[in-house]
Design a protein around this ligand. Sequence first.
Ligand code: PHE
Ligand code: ZN
Length: 860
Amino acid sequence: MDAITRSPAAPTGPDVTRLADYRPPDWLVPTATLRFELAPERTLVHARLELLRNGQHDRPLRLDGDSLELLALAIDGAPQPLPAPSGSGLTLALRGDRAVIETVTAIHPVTNTRLMGLYASGGNLCTQCEPEGFRRITFFPDRPDILTRFRVRLEADRAAFPVLLANGNPGAAGELPGGRHFAEWDDPFPKPSYLFAAVAGRLEPCRDRFTTMSGRHVDLAIWVAAEDVPRTAHAMESLKAAMRWDEEHYGREYDLDVFNIVAVHDFNFGAMENKGLNIFNARYILADPETATDFDLDAVSAVVAHEYFHNWSGNRVTCRDWFQLSLKEGFTVFREQQFTHWLGSPAVRRIEEARALRAFQFPEDAGPLAHPVQPDHYLEISNFYTATVYNKGAELIGMMRRLMGEAAFRRASDRYFTANDGKAATIEDFLAAMAAEGLEAARFRHWYHQAGTPRVEARLRQEAGATILELAQSNPVAGASAPPLLIPIEVALFGRDGTRLTEPRLVTLAERMAEVHFEGVEAPALLSINRGFSAPVLISPDPDPADLAILAAHDDDPFARYDALQRLMLLALLASIEAGAPRSHAEVVEAVGNTLKERWRDPAFVAEAILVPSESLIGDRMDQVDPLAIRAAREALRVAILDGCAPALWDAFHAEETEARDLSPRAKGLRRLKGVAIAALLARDDAEATSAAFRMFTSSRSMTDRMAALTALASSSAAERQEALALFRARHGDDPMLLDKWFAVQAGSGRADTLQAVEVLAQDPAFDIRNPNRARALLLGFTANQARFNCPEGYRFIADQVLALDALNPSVASRVAQALTRWKRMIPPLAAAMRTELERIAAAPKLSRDLVDVVSRGLG
Ligand code: PHE
Ligand code: ZN
């Protein structure tokens, strides 16, 4: 060992990481052996890293570290003097091409409120390392292109921590003096440090077995608190279904002897795909029909599958650097979506995916935080776990599949997995595999580098003997010089009597403009476009409302038909906002009434289609958002629909009763429609509807029904509202996930006094800002409430909460702060008020890097 140099102090100003600066690591870590002396206040981590110089150079070894207390350091067995205490990493100059570095560090789980690294949750200990949490456990080159074979030994008090879990397969276990015990774990698959995990706790398993396609036996276990074991059945069934599905649809088999899942109540995101040891936010594991809604149950299936699918798309093939995040996330969301389509109701699922993309990703792509699916620089990578990287990323995969066809896409995905197994790959590697099976990757790749939602202008023109579709693409965010994108758009033509005139056709728009000829179509036709939501684009210009009404009644593509009714409603809303006065909504009311008549055929579809566009979706169509004008127009449309369709809505409300335990698509669809119906019936907040909602709340055994009724009542001024909220809290107040719903439902209320209610809720003894689920329920529930959050007092309240949260958990704080970044789009007095709060945050001392990043981009 030659010298120990202190790394420079942690950067005070935010420093940018750039894709263009990527360099392979100077040193590799083929193996790491870790021994944890676990204790909640102070845990000791003994690390032994075998290092290998990567290539010929004389650069020192750089180890990342964050909030570590270094107690001992040895190089090749020789103890070293300790550098002065440092909050950041270590730089060591090494001779030779190999070295063994041994460190002992102390870390402090109970005071780790960031929930990154090793932390305490409900008396248990667990880790979260993605993206840069491993450096909060021990000194390590914490970057995903270093693949290490980890061997781990956990030691802890047996009474407090009877279960000890880590990645890979279990090895020796036994007793230690002083009431302690140990367990050893060995992961044979080299992995990046972000996939490291360890858990110690008082947990009980739900166990099962799975036999893979090649006949290998896997022991499955979901670990939870003893009283929660009965609520793990749905997650376990979902896991086994996902394992089989990945074999059958992607040829991917599980590779360890065990697969463990642990559920914790304190977690920054949804769940984490650590190799062989997934750690979940409990809300995506614990679910039964008595305490979970249909939506919750579906979310459990989706997230369990998502994390499992990462075993191949993320773990066996991992990411070279964090600019490749969508390589694993976009692809895995896409695989998760295919799986949920396979579970049931694919058409309605596709509608939900489109609705979510428009509600979350389109606004992101149009605002100050817009970024490409593959960003080229970042200040803080934690802020890039976004709808763009995840959901737009998934849409890109779906477009490739549509362009190539199913069979070629499967061959290409096999090729990708085979060529990159055991490697840290790039989005370019993925595109190369697709290109080898026919994708025009040189053009398609532009999708990864352009921010902004592309616009496609579509116009029909009549010529002798033919109808011609003129298409033109543009992207105002990316600018006129950005290269055109390869956009697959499915179209069909309809007659005015509602008959389809042509076969559906997949048009590939490759240049800025294109023309498509439909020979033999002579009568003026209606355009059914972007069928199946084939591309994540905005279509313009708006068609004539009368044409939309015909398509809303007759289009045979469920998404296009849904979209026709949604656009019809949006146009009516925008027109009445512009007129500043209520208009006749006869056309919309008739279309909604016609759609309701078909509820017996597909109730879930009808529920989606008749849902009045949300206030924020309306705002996204306006240059300047005036939240109260939007709300007034929307309420007026709701009243018009109620006045015009009351009998049909009551019929939908009273339709077939379902068994709470019946999770068939039809039963779920009937409940969904009933929930949409009760919300619609409450548009006038009259006594008949409020008492029906209250009865639905008190008498149904299904949480789906109960939550739908409670949500509708939450905006009411009837006495039943308070009664229902009190009953819910009395009955479910000790279930954290249901208490989250109780907070969220009130934060989302349309009532004029919602801000005051939220301020009171923030003082409730059950409101714990340290718990991410609780903080999100109240704060994100409120910021999503466009009409009530958007006022100077609402902004001030949220800014105060952001500052309080930032000192504890920057990841959650910066997520909440995003609500304050879209000030440019608000009407002037609100824009000024929002900006003032953003500036107030920016001026506060000791902000986290996460928050500085969001606030500085927000101020732009
Ligand atoms: N990788 C996780 C997923 O499956 C998300 C996550 C990111 C979880 C960061 C925790 C921390 O999507
Ligand atoms: Zn993921």
